[in-house]
Design a protein around this ligand. Structure first.
Ligand code: GLV
Ligand code: MN
Ligand code: MN
Length: 403
């Protein structure tokens, strides 16, 4: 059995790093002092669990346990969205460390090597481009993608170098030796709660396509410019955003979200001349994502023409949806049932590093029930009881898979 109170203490202590005292939200972004502090903390936990800790060329933190020739990998992330919660990502890393520490204390000698990875920048908050570490490990990260910049114009490549990393050649981060990859994560939806079940087995992961749309009109005097001759970029963007929502009302599985908006020059008495907004489109079916991308573009292009503004759009990130491995699913089901719990299979609406690792290894994911389905929010919550049960299930699965 894992040590539940130790795991809960680790969760609490990590959640204090980057915490906004006013809102309770956590702000821990890549290549920042907060991230550095979090890395130091989990490195200490990994070492106490008997692991050797290394950092690969893009900044993935890797703890290694045992000497076996084959590798079982466990992982998740320690970065957050703006004003995030304490479980998203952090739980997967800390539960994995707890599993290894328990194996270490029980003096089991797994036949396979166990690695735990805290992947670099899963959320994509800082650079509007995420899953950086897992892309690199799957051989999917390109040199060009590292040119994407944050709000102050610093590129991913520059940030890596400021953090004493030498990412090139990126191929050296790619792994081909992973026998199985397992990630435990909060569900971030309401399915398990509605079923009255503490844990679930993920069958597939819906993937995000992120676009950045720029609408350019003419910035003019708010008092002196008659309504009918304006080229207002914000009213045009507003119509586009509502049109996107309207288009998605006809679909059942796909979702699309405009989550970030930038208005220029952002003055009370100035007609907005330029608006940039992001679109996050998701589905479990790659073809549906691409169809939606085209439909959305055609629709907003028409609005731009009618409103006499110009439109440009660029892809910020594109990820492939992934299926989990049936054998690992079965292993998780066996462990869940061993604990006398009914097993339940579901799809992940949220993205995970596992999506990328699926390109180079069989993957599995164990979900923990989320209260009210809330996530990417300081109110994100899973009970101590569910967390401890899930980590024991993870422990049993890892012991099986590693032998
Ligand atoms: C990460 O949480 C994502 O799904 O965007
Ligand atoms: Mn997240
Ligand atoms: Mn996550």
């Amino acid at each position: 059995m894992i040590n539940g109170s130790r795991l809960l203490k680790h969760l609490h202590d990590l959640s204090q790093i980057g915490r906004n005292e006013v809102t309770g939200g956590i702000n821990r972004f890549s290549f920042t002092p907060e991230e550095k502090q979090a890395i130091e903390l989990i490195t200490m936990y990994m070492e106490k669990a008997g692991m050797t800790v290394t950092v690969d060329a893009v900044g993935n933190i890797i703890g290694t346990y045992g000497e076996g020739r084959e590798t079982i990998m466990l992982g998740s992330h320690i970065d957050t969205v703006p004003e995030g919660g304490k479980y998203d990502g952090a739980l997967g890393v800390l539960a994995a460390i707890e599993v290894v520490q328990t194996i270490h204390e029980q003096q089991l000698s797994p036949a396979k090597k166990i690695e735990i990875v805290a992947f670099k920048d899963e959320e994509g908050t800082r650079f509007r481009f995420g899953l950086i570490g897992s892309r690199a490990m799957a051989g999917l990260l390109t040199q060009e993608q590292l040119l994407q910049t944050d709000a102050s114009g610093i590129s991913i490549e520059e940030a890596m170098k400021q953090f004493q990393l030498s990412p090139f050649p990126l191929e050296k981060v790619k792994r081909n030796d992973i026998q199985a990859y397992l990630e435990m994560h909060i569900e971030q939806g309401k399915v398990l709660e509605n079923e009255g079940l503490p844990v679930g087995v993920v069958t597939g992961i819906a993937a995000p396509l992120w676009l950045e749309v720029t609408v350019t009109g003419v910035s003019e005097h708010a008092g002196a410019t008659p309504m009918l001759i304006r080229q207002d970029a914000l009213t045009a963007a507003s119509e586009m955003i509502l049109a996107i929502e309207h288009l998605l009302n006809d679909t059942t599985d796909s979702v699309a979200t405009v989550g970030k908006l930038n208005v220029e020059p952002n003055g009370i008495n100035v007609i907005p001349g330029k608006v940039t907004f992001t679109v996050d489109i998701r589905d479990i079916d790659e073809q549906k994502i691409s169809n939606l991308e085209n439909t959305i573009f055609k629709k907003i292009q028409k609005i731009a023409e009618r409103r006499n503004v110009t439109l440009t759009s660029k892809v910020l990130q594109r990820v492939k949806p992934a299926k989990t491995d049936p054998m690992i699913q079965q292993q998780l089901i066996n462990s869940i049932e061993k604990h006398g719990v009914q097993s339940y299979s579901l799809i992940s609406g949220a993205g995970h590093d596992a999506m990328n690792i699926a390109a180079v290894a069989p993957i599995g994911m164990l979900f923990v029930r989320s209260k009210d389905g809330i996530s990417h929010n300081p109110l994100e919550f899973s009970t101590d009881e569910d967390i401890i049960l899930a980590t024991n299930i993870l422990y049993d699965s890892v012991v099986e898979l590693a032998n």
